[in-house]
Design a protein around this ligand. Structure first.
Ligand code: SF4
Length: 497
């Protein structure tokens, strides 16, 4: 529920209310989560909340001081100002300054695998017509430097980008040359199975300080079942690739992502233990997306959001036990939500931005020269729906920004203005994700009460909040460390062990 602005600013002796929203706690309906428009929050009793909004709190009550510190009220003195609230709001939305930082080049759709849940339209390894051509690559690099972002992450994806490694080299070399005058800060990432990685490729990756991101779904039986390829040796090849990459690029240069199928939901502990066995300190437990081949195989590999949340809570408890046992490991989505809850800063995660991060936080240059605001928009196009295609690499960035696709994204991309979200106490911490809502519900604004995106985020925020509030001191410290950079996480873990 949200208090209307007219009430929120109505004058009253002692203090003024600032815009706020509240949500009764599902685990304790006598209490509420109360949030400011900039995402500061506190838990308070419903009776106190009633007294607060009725202007009945005494001027010197500690609760009122707390509410003022969290930008939920302002004292009615001549020195009062909204500046602290607005400054906090600017920090939260700092990701809007600078333009898209993530630029994904899809250099080929070819792939060795035939994963049932594949989210792109993979092609046979011999189908070279699905490789990015040199003209498209050169035009895409020109466009890249039209954006104002000082920090650019350039990620190569596929299909399998190693199958068109010559284009990875050509694009990287061109970007480095162009950057001699542009002077941006560059970071290169290769998202690959790492199968068939050669020493010559590693020479190049090492020279340009690439980071490697690979897919690992869990123990050998699960990974191979999820990711069929000729020889049924996907797991062994991935492990070999991780070893090679680490040896040449450094221990921290390789990260892994897991995709969760129905089978995976039964074994959260085994998946986490596999990551631990391989010395990985971060795991991403992301649910399947409603795109690409995943939709066709949904009855076999798919699951409900409720099933996912049950799995997630079990995985979270195991991760806490692993951390308490002396091995630091975080889960990336929990870290992101906790950083939203426990820190005042904005983040770079595209799906949880408002306005939407699609097109404002990331840009995808597809193999055929078309340009998309997110990987999900590209997947939709691969399924025959180009509603979110921004244009192509022969056009200037200004043409993409004035495209009908961008207008739709901006119309449906401000979470605070969406029906249901506008009244939700979690809105300062959540996002719009118009493309997922279009893919699942046929409408970029979406219907939040029946939206999986909403169910997942509300479920996870409720869970993390309850877990944090009821946690012992050491667990609290671990959760706070997840919300902060890695070094601090290891210190907190040492303290908890
Ligand atoms: S998507 Fe759901 S949880 Fe997120 S702000 Fe909207 S209503 Fe709240």
């Amino acid at each position: 529920m949200r208090f209307r602005p007219r009430e929120a600013f109505s004058p009253s002796p002692g203090y003024q209310l600032l815009p706020m929203r509240f949500r009764r706690l599902p685990w304790d309906p006598e209490k509420a989560f109360v949030s400011s428009m900039a995402g500061d929050w506190l838990l308070m009793g419903m009776e106190d909340l009633q007294r607060f909004v009725s202007h009945e709190l005494p001027a010197h009550s500690p609760l009122l001081a707390d509410l003022q510190a969290r930008h939920l009220a302002v004292a009615e003195t001549s020195r009062s100002s909204f500046a602290p609230l607005l400054s906090q709001y600017r920090s939260r939305k700092s990701y809007l300054v600078g333009g898209p930082a993530l630029h994904i080049f899809v250099v080929s759709l070819r792939c060795h695998h035939t994963c049932s849940y594949c989210q792109v339209s993979r092609q046979q390894t011999t189908a070279t017509e699905f490789d990015m051509a040199g003209t498209h690559a050169r035009q895409a690099v020109e466009r890249l430097f039209e954006w104002p972002s000082q920090e650019l992450t350039i990620e190569f994806q596929g299909g399998e980008p190693l199958l068109n490694f010559e284009q990875v080299k050509a694009i990287t070399t061109l970007i480095v040359e162009r950057n001699r005058s542009a002077k941006r800060s560059l970071r290169f990432v290769l998202a690959s199975t790492l199968h068939d990685l050669t020493e010559a490729q590693l020479d190049f990756l090492e020279e340009h300080r690439f980071k490697l991101s690979t897919s690992l779904d869990g123990p050998e039986w699960l990974h191979n079942a999820n990711r069929p390829r000729p020889g049924r040796d996907s797991y062994a090849r991935t492990i070999q690739g991780i070893d090679l990459g680490r040896r040449r690029l450094g221990e921290d240069a390789v990260s892994a992502l897991t995709t969760l199928t129905k089978r995976s939901l039964e074994v959260p502990e085994a998946i986490i233990d596999e990551y631990r066995k391989l010395g990985l300190h971060s795991i991403s437990l992301r649910p399947l997306s409603p795109y690409g081949f995943a939709t066709k195989s949904a009855p076999r590999t798919g699951y409900t959001t409720e099933d996912y949340l049950v799995f997630y809570k079990r995985a979270f408890e195991h991760l806490m036990a692993v951390n308490r046992g002396g091995y630091p490991m975080d889960e990336t989505y929990a870290s992101l939500l906790l950083s939203q809850l426990l820190s005042p800063f904005g983040h770079g995660y595209v799906d949880l931005r408002s306005p939407s991060g699609a097109g404002l936080g990331a840009i995808i240059y597809d193999y055929d020269g078309r340009v998309y605001p997110s990987d999900e928009a590209r997947m939709l196009a691969a399924m025959g729906d180009r509603s979110f295609c921004l244009g192509d690499v022969s056009q200037p960035v200004s043409t993409w920004l004035s495209s009908p696709a961008m207008t739709t994204l901006l119309d449906a991309g401000v979470t605070e203005a969406l029906p249901t979200c506008s009244d939700c106490a979690y809105v300062p911490l959540c996002g719009a994700d118009p493309i997922e809502h279009y893919a699942r519900q046929g409408d970029p604004m979406g219907h939040r009460p029946s939206s999986d995106f909403c169910k997942r985020n509300m479920g996870l925020l409720d869970f993390l909040l309850e877990r944090y509030e009821k946690a012992d001191r050491d667990t609290k410290r671990l959760m706070e460390a997840w919300a902060t950079p890695k070094g601090e996480m290891e210190e907190a873990q040492d303290a908890a062990a």
